[in-house]
Write a protein of this length. Structure first.
Length: 555
């Protein structure tokens, strides 16, 4: 257990009425405000599903899987926490029901409960409380987000555990913040508070009285209505806040500050802190909402495009690239399976093409067509993880003329496996937590675009994959003009590729989106968006058209 030299404050964030209200953004925004007041903040996400982690879940089920430096596959809300604060997330910052029960069962098998009957209370709840205390570390405030919606049966052990925390650490060290919905009913012409009343009633029935109510709404909530909510929910009117819908997520801390949320938290915690310094948040919002250089359109070619949450960190990293370049970023999501039908007209509409990561063969041929389009028509291209692999397969087929070149992931009988299974992955049967995960070093080649963008020789980036470029083909690729601009210095594995003579053609095996922040845009995204801007301006000078080059035949 971590020994603390100071009293940590605990803020528990729950959600009610409906799911997907934005508890993660609320928690991250509160973290940003309290950190800006000079306090050390950390975060913990408790997820009620039984999966040990989200690593084996479909993006359609769960959205993005966020990867930490230490190789944990976690909930996407940890990405919000890292983007909004300086807190460093690890596998100790995200726990699921499955992981907690797994730990308790292992302890029971080892006889650590000394023959006792193992029960939800106290054994599961004690384990949850131990996790919360461990996550706190040396932070002044640990913000704990409880996944799911109040009333879900799956969340009950977590809610019972956080109820007990107030009695364990003292009344003055715990705050319960409840995010709820106050919908506007057009037929009635007014906001309705009844859903919030019922949600708080559910919480109070299990022994939790919210101290703070964050009322999500598409319009301002009047003082009169706040008084009504306060009366029926047994909270002070000064503790009822409008969580207003905004056009940019980076406005949320500013909205909360204008409502006085951070002042109220400091008062309830009885904790001294300086006034928040939010100038840089204001500058970020200004750049997002009023860019000086117009907009650029990025084509994101993937197979999970129906659910934008599948590419959450990627989408935000592109926005950060827009902030760095002073342009508005327009995402145009292009379904790679539809490209396979032969209609590439959507690609004509974008200023740059990005092929993100993914798993499985579906849609890969469409991604390869998008790579070829970008390479032949000199459209800025960025390939991430699977996107790099699609780029080398396309190059092998069309430039090296290696017929039916492919990845062993998609075709075990390919005569040219230019993408192959990592040696350490052979024989692995379990799918969860067994990929190449977390931060690994990469050495950049002098004189390359990658080295120019990063400005340093050695970098560390986060990975999540099983397959790699096959080094047996490296000499042939280099002879044909492909540059391997980044290599793992210990294993010699290819980490980055690029093409000389192309305005911007870059691929990376890692996931740079996980390390991008609004205040510190990732250099690969900043460089990619800058290339898109240059391409947009070049097309404008040429009369707004793109030279129509025939696509090479597919090998």
């Amino acid at each position: 257990m971590v020994k603390r030299t100071k009293k940590t404050k605990y803020l528990f964030v729950t959600g009610g009425v409906v799911s997907s209200l934005g508890k993660g953004l609320a928690a991250a925004s509160i973290g940003a405000l309290m950190e800006n007041r000079g306090l050390a903040v950390t975060h913990l996400k408790l997820d009620p599903y039984i999966n040990v982690d989200p690593g084996t879940m479909s993006p359609f089920q769960h959205g993005e899987v966020y990867v930490t430096d230490d190789g944990a596959e976690t909930d996407l809300d940890l990405g919000h926490y890292e983007r909004f604060t300086s807190a460093k997330m690890t596998r100790g910052n995200n726990f699921t029901t499955g992981r907690i029960y797994n730990t308790v069962i292992q302890k029971e098998r080892r006889g650590e409960y000394l023959g006792k009957t193992v029960q939800v209370i106290p054994h599961i709840t004690d384990e949850i409380k131990a996790i919360i205390r461990e996550a706190a570390g040396e932070a002044d405030i640990v913000i704990v987000e409880v996944g799911g919606t109040v009333g879900d049966i799956e969340s009950l052990p977590f809610l019972e555990a956080i109820r007990q925390m107030k009695y364990d650490v003292g009344d003055e060290n715990v705050i319960y913040a409840h995010l709820t919905l106050v919908p506007y009913i057009a037929a009635a012409g007014e906001l309705k508070t009844k859903p919030t009343q019922h949600s708080v009633k559910e919480l109070r029935e299990i022994g939790i009285q919210p101290d703070i109510l964050l009322c999500r709404s598409d319009r301002e909530i009047s003082r009169e209505m706040k008084d009504k909510i306060a009366l029926f929910c047994n909270v002070d009117t000064s503790a009822v806040f409008t969580a207003l819908d905004v056009s940019s997520i980076y406005e949320v801390p500013l909205v909360y500050h204008r409502e006085g949320l951070d002042d109220k938290l400091a008062e309830l915690f009885n904790i001294w802190s300086r006034a928040p310094r939010l100038e840089r948040w204001e500058q970020i919002v200004e750049k997002v909402k009023h860019p000086k250089k117009g907009e650029v359109r990025i084509g994101v070619v993937g197979k999970y495009v129906e659910l934008h949450e599948s590419y959450k960190s990627l989408n935000e990293a592109l926005v950060h690239g827009g902030i760095a370049t002073d342009v508005r970023l327009v995402h145009q999501f292009i379904d790679s399976t539809k490209l396979e039908q032969g209609d590439l007209s959507e690609l004509d509409q974008v200023d740059a093409i990005l092929v993100p990561g993914g798993f499985g063969v579906r849609g890969t041929e469409g991604k390869i067509l998008a790579v070829r389009y970008a390479r032949e028509k000199k459209v800025p291209f960025f390939g991430i993880c699977l996107g790099l692999q699609m780029a080398v397969i396309e190059y092998a087929r069309d430039v090296l003329q290696l017929e039916n070149a492919n990845s062993l992931e998609f075709d075990e009988k390919t005569p040219h496996p230019v993408v192959t299974l990592m040696e350490g992955q052979k024989g692995v049967s379990d799918k969860g937590g067994t990929m190449r995960l977390g931060a690994y070093p990469c050495k950049l080649l002098p004189g390359t675009k990658a080295r120019e963008l990063y400005g340093v020789e050695l970098i560390q980036e986060r990975h999540r994959h099983r397959y790699e470029f096959n080094n047996d083909y490296r000499q042939r690729f280099e002879a044909a003009g492909m540059t391997f601009s980044g290599l793992n210095p210990e294993l010699g594995l290819v980490e980055m590729i690029e093409l000389a003579g192309h305005p911007h053609f870059v691929g990376c095996q890692f996931h740079p989106e996980f390390k991008s922040k609004p205040f510190r845009p990732h250099p690969l995204f900043a460089g990619f968006v800058a290339a898109a801007l240059a391409h947009r301006d070049r097309r404008a000078r040429e009369g707004g058209t793109v030279t129509k080059l025939p696509l090479g035949k597919q090998g």
